[in-house]
Write a protein that binds this ligand. Structure first.
Ligand code: SAM
Length: 210
């Protein structure tokens, strides 16, 4: 499953979707194939102009919009924010009064910060999915309205992962990556040491219950 297919798999047929930062509007094209309308927006006039040249489908509402600035109350209940950094995602949400029943993110970085700040904005994690596309891992997170107390491990590595096998593979990948950073930094990188300790604690716990 690639990133767009993964986003699609979390959308129900009656969701009113806005895909912010849509680029080529691939998600909206998939939704339109099953007869579902959606808004596909992007900050770039050029991106929307190009998309309008290639896509001519009355189910796809292509719009220029900086974040949610050009989306009106009631137009969408499901927000997709994919292929952007955590800071952009948080800026977009901090600059709107709109609320959503579901927010699906694929952020490129700082997933711990995203989980923490989304909780502060009163969006809690429903589920997560690790996606592997072209040998690269991506974190998809589905948020819903609410608030949760997370453990430190959950803030760093997520919870309720839908593909457990790929999640274990991803943790393995992270552990090796952190070990090599730890070695290069001569143990001086505190954040990496902390993340490794969380991973080791969890594995110790895991191996003692199976
Ligand atoms: C890497 S593309 C991701 C495209 C698609 N969502 C995906 O996941 O494959 C990021 C897109 O986000 C758009 N973008 C960046 N900041 C934005 C903002 N504040 N509001 C709307 N779109 C934004 C960019 O113009 C670009 O088209």
């Amino acid at each position: 499953m690639n990133r767009i297919e993964a986003l699609y798999s979390f959308i129900s047929e009656n969701d009113k979707v806005v895909d912010v930062g849509c680029d080529q509007a691939k998600l909206s094209i998939m939704l339109a194939k099953r007869g579902q309308s959606s808004i596909a927006s992007d900050i770039s006039e050029n991106v929307i102009k190009k998309a309008k040249e290639t896509i001519n489908n009355e189910l796809i509402d292509l719009r220029v919009s900086n974040g949610l600035s050009n989306i009106k109350e009631g137009e969408a209940d499901t927000l997709v924010l994919a292929g952007m950094g955590t800071h952009t995602i948080l800026d977009i949400l901090n600059n709107t009064k709109l609320r959503f029943n579901k927010i699906i993110t694929i952020s490129n970085n700082d997933h711990d910060l995203l989980r923490t700040k989304m909780n502060d904005l009163n969006y809690m994690i429903d589920s997560e999915l690790i996606i592997k596309e072209n040998d690269k891992y991506y974190n998809l997170i589905v948020f819903m309205p609410g608030n949760k107390k997370y453990s430190e491990y959950e803030i760093s590595f997520g919870l309720n992962h839908k593909d457990k096998e790929l999640y274990e593979e991803y943790l393995d990948y992270l552990k090796n990556k952190y070990l090599s950073i730890q070695k290069e930094s001569n143990n001086s990188n505190k954040k990496i040491n902390y993340l490794l300790s969380l991973l080791n604690e969890n594995w110790f716990f895991y191996w003692n219950i199976v």
